[in-house]
Design a protein around this ligand. Structure first.
Ligand SMILES: [Zn+2]
Length: 474
């Protein structure tokens, strides 16, 4: 038994420490990309800082104050501000209109909207909250907006929901849309995929919750059980997520600088321990092949559907149906991979979901292949695509162009694999992802930029390897 432990320890110490990763990245980049290549990022058109205060009453009602300091970094003068206000999707009115059935509707009351300390009008239609500006905001100028509102969570909502005894606060505050091509980039809400897109922002959050609950969130400085009254700061994240949990079973595991915490709600200690192990192992793999995980804490809440948020993920069900233990583990690996593709490399998940879902699925599968000696089954993968309805559609269309998610998950992943069939397989795919990640971290990419990168990285003579699965407009 002791021998086994020693062997395992040796194995652990032989693994390269994540801190060395950055040096390797520089070498890879110099070797592979041509010197004249410089990455281009899509600007979000604004810089925003959110200050959120949240108070939860014992009856489950939330009082929220959100102050947002916004800088116009676009070239245009703004006549209005446009936000996603997703809680409004789950009210009785919106649900009836959208044909969405809930076990219980949300209730929402917006008390005040202030622009630069003056009361302002606004319109709210489904999840679109628009504020007309009395004083237009010029490029380079700032504007401050304050919202105060209260809500009760729906039951059976999507992401923003109450489950049995837990409160999931996803997208619970007005989120400023990106501004590009001379307009606010705001699409209609949809229940399939992620129809909201934000730039990287800074957040300060303070909270006050009832006794007997614990606060679990994007914050990297939480202990269990949490304080009843607390606060946190986080920088450069697309959004924040908060779960307010009742009596969770908690397993913690320290991996290098990262504290992994698994929160479960059934008597399944062994499973939660296994999940903490696989989370730790996959996190180390992704750190090795990509770069450092950006926080010192990773929370995994095993309640509700599989979803990624900065520093915290949820897993446990698909389309509100619970899934088996193995599927939960795979889901956790997938959501962890999103910390790099979504969390650090940004993309518009409505218009180009393949850039996070396809890359995340690709990285997830790379992790699985790294654990076995199995050959990557390139042909089988291609055959599986044939089964997708309208399989010839490119993978980079907006969400409303697809009937299901297969193109931007499975087909995108498969076509990324094909790039390495004759180019060294898994090992070269890992190098490719490391270079891509290091070049685009904390930037927003689109298909056009990916194509520019791929042409340079692979020294492609033409687009024939890309144009069969990507719609290329440049
Ligand atoms: Zn995903």
């Amino acid at each position: 038994m002791l021998v086994l432990i020693i062997i395992l320890m040796v194995f652990v110490f032989l693994k390269p420490a994540p801190r060395n990763v950055d040096k390797e990245i520089v070498l890879v980049e110099k070797n592979v990309l041509k010197e004249d290549f410089s990455p281009q990022t899509l600007p979000s058109g604004n810089e925003s800082r959110y200050d959120i205060h949240l108070k939860m009453e014992t009856d489950g009602e939330f009082q929220i104050g959100t102050a947002i300091e916004i800088k116009n970094t676009s070239e245009d003068t703004w006549q209005e501000l446009v936000f996603y206000f997703i809680p409004n999707i789950f009210t009785q009115d919106s649900s009836e209109q959208l044909g969405n059935t809930l076990d219980a509707s949300a209730t929402i009351q917006v008390h005040d909207v202030l622009v630069d300390d003056k009361t302002s009008g606004f319109t709210l239609a489904n999840d679109t909250l628009t504020i007309p500006l009395d004083a237009p905001v010029q490029p380079g100028e700032n504007v401050a907006v304050d919202f105060s509102y209260q809500f009760i969570l729906p039951v059976g909502g999507l992401r923003f929901t109450k489950t049995k005894d837990n409160y999931h606060l996803a997208q619970f505050y007005p989120m400023l849309a990106t501004y590009r091509d001379h307009k606010w980039n705001k699409e209609e809400y949809g229940f399939r995929g992620e129809t909201f897109h934000t730039g990287f922002s800074d957040f300060h959050v303070s909270y006050d919750i009832p006794e007997s609950y614990t606060f679990v969130s994007t914050s990297e400085e939480e202990s269990y059980p949490s304080q009843r009254i607390g606060a946190f700061h986080v920088k450069d994240v697309k959004e924040i997520f908060i779960a307010i949990l009742k009596d969770p079973l908690v397993v913690e595991k320290q991996v290098g600088d990262v504290n992994i915490r698994v929160f479960g709600f059934e008597e399944k200690d062994d499973l939660y321990k296994e999940i903490s192990e696989i989370a730790s192992d996959s996190l180390q793999y992704f750190q090795q092949i990509l770069g450092l995980y950006p926080f010192t804490q990773l929370d995994i809440v095993l309640d509700s559907l599989g979803m990624e948020y900065p520093g915290i993920v949820t897993a446990g069900s698909i389309y509100s149906k619970p899934i088996n233990d193995e599927a939960v583990k795979n889901m956790v690996i997938h959501e962890i991979a999103h910390q790099w593709f979504y969390g650090v490399i940004n993309n518009d998940p409505y218009n180009e979901a393949w850039l996070d879902e396809g890359f995340t699925s690709f990285a997830e599968e790379m992790y699985h292949f790294s654990k076995t000696d199995d050959e990557v089954p390139y042909e089988n993968m291609l055959n599986r695509i044939e089964l997708i309805k309208d399989s010839s559609l490119p993978v980079n269309l907006p969400l409303d162009q697809y009937e299901n998610n297969s193109h931007f998950y499975g087909k995108a992943r498969t076509m990324l694999w094909q790039l390495f069939k004759e180019r060294g397989g898994l090992e070269e795919a890992e190098k490719f992802l490391k270079t891509y990640y290091n070049i685009y971290k904390y930037k927003e990419v689109n298909t056009e930029e990916f194509v520019r990168f791929a042409r340079n990285y692979f020294d492609l003579e033409d687009d024939s390897e890309l144009s069969t699965w990507l719609e290329i407009n440049n």
